[in-house]
Design a protein around this ligand. Structure first.
Ligand code: NDP
Ligand code: MG
Length: 384
């Protein structure tokens, strides 16, 4: 029986993780959950799974959940704020922590989980983008596994099994291309929030849906792959594959390419990360090759979709540049969702911040948090 905490249990990945746990009650037990302020969803989770621990980041939500547990005479212990998230990340009863909060807010709880010896099922890519070196070093030091949930990285992880990293030629990250594939700047100028929230293949949280449309999601995934698999940026290639059937591939030195395929359903990589090294049956729809008319591939258009180019640039520059890129992107996506900036301002402002902020300082948790705050304050001060 694997005992699990979910950080961000009320989001898209969190809810799909609960689906997997629900199907395999004999394999997985839910011990702890966290959320920001989704009180009603957390109440439903408590009613169904009776977790021992809950943390709400938002204070008034914490009081509501605490009162609810008292009224219902549940034994659930309720925590609040960042300290609460860290507690649920490092519970002595837990084996694996699913990190499915959105944004770099996941950094400190993830490190806390690693230092408490928990394996990490990692969805929260922003954490690896901003602090990949620190996270991977700590994981190594504490002997914990980082199991990728992101479908591309989970695919690569599967394609690498039984092979040697030294024999790898390159990683091929596939990307759907998002809703604006093939469009030009004249079109993108007029893109609305509603247009950008319509992803052709996946149903996800708002932030990652916008990131998928700008190709920043793929850029963040390039940096995530760099840290997870330890290959150089020159050996990570992005290929547009609109059908999202091939979740990613690896090419070996002899030219052999190994791919992982499956329905576009996140329960598949989530379940793989939770059950690894075992495989369990999956509730997701199986692939039917006779229903597939076409599997196609294109080069990404990085002139129009500048975010991907900026992410490669930030990754190659290293130090605090990925943190600047990520902080600027999180702030810009928020401002775009609140209709304060236009769609094409997202890459413009990110680039402005990459030129403006000093990225050459030593990378520590403190310098990461400081840089993140400075970039966000600058953007909210100027564009809000
Ligand atoms: P959602 O927006 O759907 O969910 C985010 C979760 O994080 C919610 O539980 C939310 O709680 C919680 N949260 C948000 N802000 C805070 C905060 N300040 N403090 C504490 N908790 C907070 O996101 P997704 O599930 O789509 O994505 C989660 C992560 O997984 C992201 O890093 C994303 O890149 C990655 N990912 C997602 C995929 C997907 O298919 N969705 C695919 C691959 C990776 P509340 O509900 O209370 O706001
Ligand atoms: Mg992905």
């Amino acid at each position: 029986m694997k005992k699990i905490s979910i950080l961000g249990a009320t989001g898209s990945i969190g809810i799909q993780t609960l689906d997997v746990i629900r199907c395999y009650k004999e394999n997985f037990q839910l011990i702890g959950v966290t959320a920001n302020s989704s009180v009603e969803k957390i109440k439903e989770i408590i009613d169904e799974f009776k977790p021992m621990y809950v943390a709400m980041n938002d204070e008034s939500s914490y009081y509501q959940i605490n009162n609810y547990c008292t009224e219902k005479k549940y034994n659930t212990e309720v925590f609040v704020g960042m300290e609460g998230l860290k507690k649920v990340a490092s519970l002595k009863e837990v084996d694996t922590v699913v990190t499915s909060v959105v944004g770099m807010i996941g950094l400190e709880p993830t490190l806390e989980a690693i230092r408490a010896g928990k394996d990490i099922a990692l969805a929260n890519k922003e954490t690896l983008v901003v602090a990949g070196e620190i996270v991977m070093k700590e994981a190594n030091k504490y002997g914990v596994k980082i199991l990728p949930v992101d479908s591309e990285h989970n695919a690569i992880f599967q394609c690498l099994q039984g092979n040697k990293l030294e024999e790898l030629d390159k990683i091929i990250l596939t990307a759907s291309g998002g809703p604006f594939r093939g469009k030009n700047n004249d079109f993108l100028k007029k893109v609305t929030v509603e247009d950008a929230l319509k992803h052709p293949n996946w149903s996800m949280g708002k932030k990652i849906t916008i990131d998928s449309s700008t190709l920043m999601n793929k850029g963040l995934e390039v940096i995530e792959a760099y840290w997870l698999f330890g290959c150089s940026y020159d050996d990570i290639e992005v290929v547009i594959h609109p059908q999202s059937v091939i979740h990613s591939m690896v090419q070996y030195k002899d030219g052999s390419v190994i791919a992982q395929l499956g329905s576009p359903d996140m329960r598949l990589p989530i379940q793989h990360a939770l059950s690894y090294p075992m495989r369990l049956k999956n509730i997701a729809k199986k692939l039917n090759f006779y229903e597939m008319n076409d599997l196609s591939f294109e080069k990404p258009d990085i002139k129009t979709f500048k975010c991907l180019k900026l992410a490669y640039e930030a990754g190659r520059a290293g130090k605090l540049m990925p943190c600047i890129l990520n902080a600027a992107n999180e702030a810009c996506v928020d401002l775009f969702l609140n209709k304060k900036i236009t769609y094409l301002q997202i890459p413009e402002i990110i680039e402005e911040c990459m030129r403006k902020f000093d990225y050459l300082k030593t990378v520590t948790i403190e310098s990461i948090l400081e840089t993140d705050t400075s970039v966000r304050n600058y953007i909210y001060g100027k564009y809000n």
